[in-house]
Write a protein that binds this ligand. Structure first.
Ligand SMILES: [Zn+2]
Length: 159
């Protein structure tokens, strides 16, 4: 029997996809990096063939991805009906920035809820909480993530 190899190293490419191959059955799956964001560098993976292995992920330090996703945002303290449209302009490991249109109600240090869908095949829906770090009320807000992914970051990644 093939001895399982541990600590395969993966690098996140500029398309923000991570292709992971199971060493036992050779099945490959691709994950959008956004769903791995809050995980540890060493990730446990459990394949549908029952093989379990660990991989290391090396994130580029200043990894930042330009995107163009339609989204919605609101103040964390506002009701759900008070959402406004935005465009997510870039995503990085620590935060994101959105394009807005003339919004005087947002100030630095405010906490916002931002929703958007990824352009991966499954169109994963993302909801993140950010704290506003930079703001130009006419057209752009930059924020840092202050939430955690709702899924268990220490649980195995399932194929
Ligand atoms: Zn497998």
């Amino acid at each position: 029997m093939l001895k399982p190899k541990f600590n395969q190293k993966y690098f996140v490419n500029k398309h923000s996809q991570l292709s992971i191959q199971c060493l036992a059955c050779k099945k490959t799956r691709t994950f959008p990096i956004e769903i791995l964001r809050e995980r540890q560098q060493a990730i446990k993976v459990k394949c549908s063939c029952e093989h379990t292995f660990t991989i290391d992920i090396e994130f580029r330090k200043h990894y930042r991805k330009k995107v163009n996703f339609l989204g919605r945002y609101r103040l964390a303290t506002a009701s759900v009906e008070e959402v406004k449209d935005c465009t997510v302009a870039d995503l990085s490991l620590g935060g994101l920035s959105i394009k807005i249109i003339n919004d005087e109600s947002i100030a630095e240090h405010d906490e916002l809820i931002v929703n958007f869908r990824l352009d991966d095949q499954a169109h994963h829906e993302i909801e993140r909480k950010i704290q506003v770090r930079h703001i130009d009320q006419k057209d752009r807000i930059g924020g840092e993530f202050i939430d955690l992914e709702s899924n268990d970051p220490d649980g195995p990644l399932l194929f």
